[in-house]
Ligand binder design. Structure first.
Ligand SMILES: [Mg+2]
Length: 139
């Protein structure tokens, strides 16, 4: 897609706003805003996240690390991650939510929930009062 501005630019030279604008333009050029409801985009985001999981399905932890480092698999994995990002950005566009601010707020909450001094090098479920909630530091 050589007609996409900034192709060849990496993360260090690209802002979230740049990516959001790329998605906004891509969607607008196709008149796809009509399909970009929060429901459709949330479902698409989950579907693409499942496609990322598929890249590592049936592998044990060590195999998944090797897969992630294997040049034969890196581009297909990168494409699935890009699909996730495209839908994430489109959902943020559709909802007019600021992802950077939301992520920073969430990291502050997670830092309180998982103090580094208590959780460094280990992971475990929170007490039962949080049962049914997410696992993981970004949940
Ligand atoms: Mg995909």
């Amino acid at each position: 897609m050589s007609d996409v501005p900034g192709v060849g630019m990496g993360d260090a030279a690209t802002t979230v706003a740049d990516l959001r604008q790329l998605m906004r333009a891509f969607v607008a050029e196709r008149d796809w805003e009509q399909f970009h409801t929060p429901k459709n985009l949330a479902m698409s985001l989950a579907i693409e996240a499942a496609e990322v999981m598929e890249c590592f399905q049936w592998l044990d932890a060590a195999e998944s690390q090797r897969r992630g480092a294997d040049p034969a698999y890196r581009e297909p994995i990168a494409e699935e991650l890009a699909d996730v990002l495209c839908y994430l950005l489109s959902l943020a566009n559709a909802l007019d939510l600021d992802l950077s601010a939301a992520m920073r707020r969430k990291l502050v909450k997670n830092a309180v929930k998982y103090p580094a001094g208590e959780f460094r090098g280990r992971f475990e479920r929170r007490p039962a009062s949080d049962a049914g909630r997410e696992r993981g530091a970004t949940g």
